[in-house]
Write a protein that binds this ligand. Structure first.
Ligand code: SF4
Length: 355
């Protein structure tokens, strides 16, 4: 954080403007070596390199194409793998419509929450990401884009919307996530408006309340996937700890504090939550919380039993919600062939490496 660097530079008797120069190299120009920071004096660069590491993320795999989603598989220092997903110029699924792009970032290696349909939870939780590892996903994608597009000299940025919805339960890594988001939001850092940052959760009610008390106005998305305790208990173990009533009360608190619309993510799984009997309870929840609903047809995960409903069933569910006057989008990703479901690319690569 800026204050930590300021304190360190003050200890070193460096003038205050050096802090601004360093932050500019780190967050605007995306420098990956101390030597590149040509306007910092050599002794300062040497001192920085002795005390800090500038190691970024190694790109292991990249899947997808420019006009669809692109999935980045990164290797961390400890050889753990994480994913980030770049979503093309967005139709305002999250944040506001923009000609720039949305990045979905991971917050943990693996996940302890074990949602039954999810590849990220299949091999359990390994560790929380540090704040710099969360921030670095944005910077590394920006660097990659500059190199690809020849934009390296301009200060242009690629990403102006963030969704915290990749691998891991974001609110289970609360403090590191908040630290990272403060950096990504700061004018001296990522410069991404808080209203363009959507934090998702599978339903950690106490942390939703904590998030509501934060000064920054993040958007909140609930990975709901079931409108009754019966359905959620079947596919999301977190619901046994924080059943719907507790979750909805926490969301209500968030809405009262922030006055903002929520989003419900709802993965449509054939025979589990796509029946028309689910429409009424889902519409009731959405109405109560002023939520809009993103329907996402399930992406098949190797080794799991679930399937996606056919197009007719998807459409039927969507239009039944519309008839209830609920704002709803149906996100048909062309994702099957790029392991689009969260955590799949990592899982497949880890299994290949192990073999
Ligand atoms: S859906 Fe999210 S919370 Fe659930 S297991 Fe997957 S990563 Fe974890």
């Amino acid at each position: 954080m800026r204050e930590e660097i300021e304190a360190r530079f003050a200890d070193w008797k460096e003038p205050a403007y050096r802090v601004t120069q360093l932050l500019d190299w780190l967050y605007r120009r995306g420098a990956t070596s101390w030597d590149a920071m040509s306007n910092l004096p050599k002794p300062l660069r040497a001192r920085l390199s002795e005390q800090f590491s500038l190691r970024g993320l190694d790109l292991v795999r990249l899947q997808g194409s420019r006009d669809t989603t692109q999935k980045f598989l990164w290797r961390l220092e400890d050889h753990s793998l994480i994913e980030s997903v770049l979503i093309p110029a967005n139709p305002a699924l999250y944040g506001e419509a923009s000609d720039r792009r949305t990045l979905c970032v991971s917050t943990q290696v693996g996940c302890a929450y074990g949602c039954r349909f999810c590849a990220s939870g299949l091999e359990g939780w390994k560790r929380n990401l540090r704040p710099d590892e969360i921030v670095e996903q944005v910077l590394a994608v920006e660097r990659w884009w500059k190199a690809e597009s020849g934009e390296s000299k301009s200060g242009a940025r690629l990403i102006d919307n963030l969704v915290i919805m990749g691998m891991g339960e974001p609110l289970a890594n609360y403090d590191n996530l908040m630290k990272a988001l403060r950096i990504l939001n700061a004018p001296w850092g990522g410069g991404i408006g808080a209203r363009k940052i959507t934090v998702s959760t599978s339903g950690l009610a106490p942390q939703i309340r904590k998030l509501a008390d934060e000064p920054l106005q993040f958007r909140l998305a609930i990975s709901l996937h079931g409108a009754t305790d019966e359905v959620r208990n079947r596919i999301m173990p977190v619901n046994r700890k924080y059943p719907l009533k507790e979750l909805v009360d926490a969301c209500e608190y968030y809405r009262q504090k922030k006055g903002r619309m929520l989003t419900f993510e709802y993965i449509l799984i054939a025979g589990v939550n796509d029946g028309l009997d689910q429409v009424k309870p889902l519409a009731q929840l959405a109405r109560r919380l002023h939520a809009k609903i993103n329907l996402i047809p399930y992406n098949i995960v190797e080794g799991l039993e679930w399937t996606r409903p056919d197009d007719v069933a998807q459409e039927r569910f969507r239009s039944a919600l519309e008839k209830q006057k609920i704002p709803v989008t149906l996100r048909r990703e062309k994702g099957h062939d790029i392991d689009a479901a969260c955590g799949q690319l990592r899982l497949r690569t880890e299994r290949e490496l192990a073999a």
